[in-house]
Structures are given as C-alpha cells and as structure tokens.
Design a protein around this ligand. Structure first.
Ligand SMILES: *Cc1c(COP(=O)(O)O)cnc(C)c1O
Length: 338
C-alpha cells in the first residue's frame, strides 16, 4: 500500500526524470562561482522574476536569514507578521545570528499586515530605538494568497517610508498559479524574494534568493558565513531546474486536489472544515479523538501532522494523486462512522 503523506509538501521525492537530470548535471565548485548548473539556475530565476541576480542556498530558512542580514545591519529592525515563518518558525535566526530586532505585527486572517499597524510600528529616528529598515511579507501564508492590490499598496507604502521590502515566497509559485499570473507579477512588488524549490515544486533540496546584484553579493557573503558554502551543488540545481521546467503549472492539480479533499472531509460529521487555500486544507476534529485518529490513519497508510499547529493541516503535493485524496476521505469517514 502506498503511503499518503499529507504532513507537508516538503515530503516529495524526486521523480525518476528529475533523478536522471541530476545525474547528468555539469558541476563545479560553487564557492568559486564555478558551478555552471547553479549559475544557470540563479540567472534563470532572477530573470524570470525580474531581478538582477540570484543565490541558490540549501534552505528557505537560510535564504530568509541571508536576505534579512543583507538588508539590515546590527541594531536595525524588520517588521514582520506575528505568525510569519521568518519570525516564528526559523529559530529567531535574524535576532540570534544577525542582531536584527523583529517587530511582529498581528496579521489579518488573509495573512496581510494592515498597513496602518505597520505605519504605527515604525520607530522614530532617535537613539532610543532600533532603526526600522525592512518590511517582510509572506505569500502564500498558510496557503493563503495575498491579494495583488495589497502587494502594490505594501510596495508603495515601503517606498514612501524608505523601507526595503522582502517576500518570503517559499510558495510563490502556488500564489502565482492561484492568481493566474506569472510569478514576476507578484515578485515585482519586492526588493528581494526567497523561493523554495523543495516544497510543492518537488526538488529534494534548495531555495533561491533573488534581488539586486549588490544585495545578492552581500547575501553570498552571509551564506558562506552561515556555513552554506556548498561545492558541487549542480546536481541539486539540476533538480531545481527540472522542477521549474515541469512542476510549476501542475501546482494547479495540487490546488484542485486540496479542494476535492476539503469537499470530501467537509461532509463528514465530526470533521469541522475551517478552510482550504491553495494546496492546504485546515480542519478541526474533537481534541479527545486526535491520538486515536492518528493511529487509525497510520493503519490506513496515511500520515498527517498532529500538534504542529492548533488545527490539522493537510497538504497536497506531487506525490498525492486523486486516489490518495479518495482514500483519505474514506479513512476519515470510516473513523468518524465508528
Ligand atoms: C518551509 C518554509 C520556509 C523555510 O524553508 P526550509 O527550507 O524548511 O528552511 C520559509 N518560509 C515558509 C513560508 C515556508 O513554508
């Protein structure tokens, strides 16, 4: 029985065709800037998203970290969603390693940071305060797509207030596919964008940070300092290239399957459907039945993550097909019928 793993879109395994592309990759020492496949990936994503330069790094966490450290100096501050990944799920790296103070802003339910709240959090120029330098947004956020007109407003606001603006676009392409626009239409509102290749796009490892040549030069230095100076990374870049060639448009399938999963689960007494956004479905089940549900699903060959968020999050991806969705709905139905 195939395992259906709905814990995250990070669990995908490289397809046979992706593995073949990895085996064939030309490689060199990336610390010397000599890996042709890494260089091609960086140039390609920068060009596609409308930026001068790109930097291929091991993780989204390192990508956001080096972005923040390139925008901000010691004693600077960045404004960030109180439930944003960068603030909440990256070990406080910007503060720990970059001496950058986060100023969390409570988010609206769609993930946006209300700009009046952002404005109120900007510190006066005065030695009492950290220097507010950067606004960081996330799209998608818990699967939710930030509206394009909000991105434009946030961009204009940042310009007016002389703030730089960074996007944690771990799932940028999910947002673009959901909006039906090229990813650059989202990216154009930012000074830097971090994109994960290892989520819905299905590559085994890697993120790319894009920005101006000057910003990426700084980020390259911080990447090395953070221990991210990898060598013949071209095999990983080849997987990323393959993902960009073959796995972007199909994100629509993940979104459709998440919608089907939501529809199926929403019909089951005992399951409270909280929402479905892009490739994520959020549900509540009675807390006293959680453990039992987990055991039941494992026996049916289904994994979900329990305890990571207050609600249950089910995520569709490359390795979940229509049959996987149907089997999941049946497993939930059997459990709540019993
Ligand atoms: C996964 C994720 C990251 C971090 O990526 P890692 O590769 O796991 O370090 C950053 N931001 C968001 C929104 C993510 O979902």
């Amino acid at each position: 029985m195939d395992l259906i793993d709905l814990r995250s879109d990070t669990v995908t395994r490289p397809t046979p065709a992706m593995r073949a592309a990895m085996l064939d990759a030309a490689v060199g020492d990336d610390v010397y800037g000599e890996d042709p496949t890494v260089n091609a990936l960086q140039q390609r994503l920068a060009a596609d998203l409308g930026f001068e330069a790109g930097l291929f790094v091991p993780t989204g966490t390192q990508s956001n970290l080096v972005a923040l450290m390139s925008h901000c100096e010691r004693g600077d501050e960045y404004l960030v969603g109180a439930d944003a990944h960068t603030y909440k799920f990256e070990g406080g790296g910007a503060a720990v390693l970059g001496s950058i103070q986060p100023q969390p802003i409570p988010q609206d339910t769609d993930g946006s940071l209300p700009l009046d709240k952002v404005a109120a959090a900007i510190k006066p120029v005065d030695p009492h305060f950290a220097r507010t330098r950067l606004l960081a947004l996330e799209n998608t956020w818990h699967g939710r797509v930030l509206p394009l007109d909000y991105l434009k407003a946030a961009h204009d606001f940042a310009c007016e207030r002389s703030l730089a603006i960074h996007l944690d676009g771990a799932r940028l392409f999910n947002a673009a596919v959901a909006c039906g626009v090229p990813a650059r239409e989202i990216a154009k509102h930012f000074d830097s964008v971090s994109v994960c290749l290892s989520k819905g796009l299905g590559a085994p490892v890697g993120s790319v940070l894009v920005g101006s040549a000057a910003l990426i030069e700084k980020a390259r230095r911080w990447k090395k300092v953070a221990g991210g100076g990898w060598r013949q990374a071209g095999m990983l870049a080849a997987a990323a290239q393959y993902a960009l060639d073959h796995h972007v448009d199909r994100l629509a399938d993940d979104h459709a399957r998440a919608a089907a999963l939501a529809a199926g689960l929403g019909d089951i007494p005992g399951v409270k459907l909280l929402g479905q956004h892009t490739n994520m479905v959020f549900i509540d089940v009675p807390a006293d039945r959680l453990r039992e549900l987990d055991v039941h699903l494992r026996e049916a060959g289904i994994r979900i993550s329990i305890g990571y968020l207050p609600t249950l999050r089910l995520v569709t991806h490359l390795d979940v097909d229509d049959e996987g969705v149907a089997r999941t709905v049946v497993a939930f139905r059997t459990f709540f019928a019993g």
